[in-house]
Design a protein around this ligand. Structure first.
Ligand SMILES: Cc1cc2nc3c(=O)[nH]c(=O)nc-3n(C[C@H](O)[C@H](O)[C@H](O)COP(=O)(O)O)c2cc1C
Length: 339
């Protein structure tokens, strides 16, 4: 701890809240953030988060138990707000006395925040704007994550640097705000901590750690890629909405554009109705992240990655990644000119 005195001091509110040594969360990544990576992050002093994704309550139950078998340190569970069994999943977390639940994917449905808090767990929510952040805190969120469009996976339209400037000065003094999106080195962590962040959340930097079960070809694709290869999905027709996702460009991303043009033409010709057309777009990526992460299909699968992917160059143990981030943050803070 003494090694990273300045950084740890700025992280104090975050570490107290998370119960971890460092206020560095590894954001939930579907298929990647399972028991091995999550326990490794928490054992190394960070804060791991299980990605529940589309898991059934039974699968989540097994994953939490499996993680608890590998670490005695705190970790969180990320639940997607539109999961049809959200309240059953909350009950599973409560049964295992999970200390922190992260609600992702939209405004939490009525009663969900209360249900989590009734179990004694803390609730962390994603705040896409300042107004929504304030609303979420009023509704009982204990902490917020603000995530910029540099991030891997599903993204909003605004960059991390702008969100941080809009939200931290307003909320960080009185509330816990964690910053995510595009963070690859400790110097950036130092900067956001100085702006008032309680800590940070990274995904891309941890996805290919030695303890990550991601397929070797998925990891190789990360090591080869540079920032400009991690692109946001493109929408070609306003009638056919596309949920923006940042992933490495590949044959799949090209085919997705072609698919949208093909479906738009069918719609123009009256050969499919709007519902069917939108369904065809929605279904294009079904199972694609699993194909990339687990099967190593990096050509047609969805290789979700953030722009910091260029800073991921080799497979390293989680503990080394965290130590490097903390050392970089500490060096940056130590070099600041004293007033
Ligand atoms: C492969 C991958 C899968 C992800 N899956 C999820 C997910 O299931 N749920 C979620 O809330 N965020 C997901 N994310 C976002 C991460 O939790 C994290 O917030 C993000 O990666 C942080 O930004 P960074 O990638 O720039 O470090 C995913 C990110 C990646 C790279």
């Amino acid at each position: 701890m003494a090694e990273f005195r300045k950084t740890s001091a700025l992280m104090a509110r975050g570490t107290e809240f998370l119960g971890s040594e460092y206020a560095i969360l590894c954001g939930a990544m579907s298929w990647v953030s399972e028991r091995n990576l999550v326990s490794a992050i928490s054992n190394a002093g960070g804060f791991g988060v299980i990605a529940c994704g589309a898991m059934t309550p039974e699968l989540l139950d097994a994953e939490i138990a499996g993680t608890q078998a590998l670490t005695g340190k705190p970790f969180g569970v990320n639940l997607i707000t539109m999961h049809p069994q959200l309240f059953d999943l909350i009950a599973v977390c409560a049964r295992h006395q999970v200390s922190h639940v992260v609600l992702a994917g939209g405004i939490p449905p009525k009663g969900s925040v209360e249900a989590i808090k009734a179990s004694g767990a803390r609730v962390i929510c994603f705040a896409p704007t300042l107004a929504l952040g304030k609303k979420l805190l009023r509704s009982g969120a204990d902490a917020l994550v603000i995530e910029g469009m540099e991030a891997g996976g599903h993204i909003g339209p605004v960059s991390t640097s702008v969100l941080a400037q809009e939200i931290l000065p307003e909320l960080a003094a009185d509330h816990l705000v964690f910053v995510a999106g595009g963070i690859g080195r400790g110097e950036a962590i130092a900067g956001y901590l100085e702006m008032g962040a309680a800590g940070v959340q990274l995904g891309t930097r941890f996805a290919c750690a030695a303890e990550s079960i991601a397929h070797a070809d998925f990891k190789k694709a990360f090591f080869r890629a540079s920032a400009r290869d991690a692109v946001a999905s493109v929408q070609v027709d306003p009638r056919l909405p596309v949920i923006p996702v940042r992933a490495l460009k590949n044959k799949g991303t090209e085919e997705f554009t072609a698919k949208q043009i093909e479906v738009a033409k069918l719609l123009d010709a009256g050969e499919v109705d709007m519902g069917e057309a939108q369904l065809r777009i929605e279904h294009f990526w079904a199972g694609a992240l699993r194909r990339a992460v687990i099967e190593g299909d990096v050509e047609s699968g969805s290789v979700m990655a953030g722009q910091s992917v260029g800073m991921v160059t080799r497979e390293e143990p989680v503990a080394d990644i965290i130590a490097a981030l903390m050392a970089e943050a500490e060096a940056a803070l130590s070099q600041r000119v004293a007033a």
